[in-house]
Design a protein around this ligand. Structure first.
Ligand SMILES: [Zn+2]
Length: 354
């Protein structure tokens, strides 16, 4: 707490650009739409929620950012009952159809139109947060476009996505886009330790988390650690030219949304990118090089050797797959593309020398 009773609660790691932007923005210049982009688990949604609470905090303050945590606005925000805060995650569909995969808590495009047409009940602002946003159809996206034609004053829409390229250009162009970056390992370690992890476990998880707090927590969670191991095993099979099973990604599971599947593939690609970097480093610099996923060294040691030029090309190809994953190309196609890029290219005389 600082002297004026406003919390300095904006040390959301990874949010440097957004923090710099909003901390210098005069309240009178606050726009109607902000899009937070960046990898999964770097604090986009956390930052968006804190920005929302800042706008709905009823304690007077000079800056946009910061909230008191004690006023009626903060109290009902934290309780999840603030009438001027609407939040939803995942794909926005047109309407609830019987038998569809739509859950009751999902926001439909019709709900969205209504929510966006209202002024704040309690105060000056009304905040609509759509996390990992995707639109099932153009009609759903149009709900948002219509809002921008004549936005009610004080209504602010916050979107987060790890795949900005999957959004319609007409939508994207309406928003001020702020990029979130991967977190330094020291930040991940600090956040895990603050959350109750033992110092040893926090350090180990931070080392292999590749800048994502979500990934670090998954590493600490025994149930989720299986996906991480499965991803590294998938990588090892793919570089041997096999067609490894991708069942762990649940791409055929109809209860998952397109955004959830894209997030799963994005996670696979991040881990594959780390594995590829480790493999290249071990191949070029020898066994003592520091690794991104040191616990996977036994797996790396069993990989076939590959020509240095081919290894460098492979790193670039994984980067291409990562870019493809931020577009609206289907998750399954992205995985196939990645597997083909990792496979040895026999007959071109460039890589394999097992
Ligand atoms: Zn407050």
């Amino acid at each position: 707490m600082t002297g004026n009773g406003i919390e300095g609660a904006f040390d959301v790691a990874g949010s440097h650009a957004a923090l710099a932007f909003f901390s210098t923005l005069a309240p009178s210049r606050l726009g109607h739409g902000y899009l937070f982009t960046g990898p999964t688990g770097v604090g986009k949604k956390t930052f968006a929620r804190r920005l929302a609470q800042s706008l709905l905090c009823e304690t007077p303050k000079r800056t946009l950012l910061g909230y008191c945590g004690a006023c009626p606005g903060c109290t009902i925000f934290v309780a999840g009952t603030h009438p001027d805060f609407v939040s939803a995650e995942g794909t926005i569909k047109i309407g609830k159809e019987p038998g569809s995969a739509l859950h009751d808590e999902d926001l439909t495009a019709r709900d969205l139109v209504r929510e966006l047409s209202l002024h704040g009940y309690r105060g000056r602002y009304r905040v609509v947060l759509l996390g990992d946003v995707a639109f099932a159809t153009h009609e759903a996206a149009n709900a948002l476009l219509k809002f921008f034609e004549e936005p009610p004053s004080g209504v602010v829409v916050l979107l987060t996505t790890s795949a900005p390229g999957s959004l319609l250009a007409t939508i994207r162009s309406r928003f001020v886009e702020l990029a979130f970056g991967p977190l330094p390992a020291a930040d991940v370690e600090r956040i895990l330790a603050a959350g109750g992890a033992s110092p040893q476990k926090a350090r180990l998880a931070a080392e292999v988390a590749l800048g994502s707090i979500v990934r670090a927590r998954a590493f600490l969670d025994e149930d989720d650690a299986g996906t991480r191991d499965a991803s590294y095993a998938w990588f090892a099979s793919a570089v041997r030219g096999e067609t490894p099973d991708v069942g762990f990604l649940r791409l055929d599971d109809r209860s998952l949304t397109g955004a959830e599947k894209r997030a799963a593939v994005g996670e696979l690609i991040e881990l594959v990118r780390a594995a590829a970097r480790d493999w290249v480093a071990l191949s070029l610099a020898g066994a003592d090089v520091p690794l991104l996923a040191a616990d996977q060294k036994p797996l790396y040691d069993r990989l076939p050797a590959r020509d240095p030029k081919a290894l460098v090309a492979l790193l670039a190809a994984v980067g291409d797959a990562a870019r493809l994953a931020t577009t609206n190309v289907s998750a399954g196609l992205v995985v196939d593309y990645l597997r083909l890029q990792l496979a040895p290219r026999r007959g071109r005389g460039s890589d394999e020398r097992c």
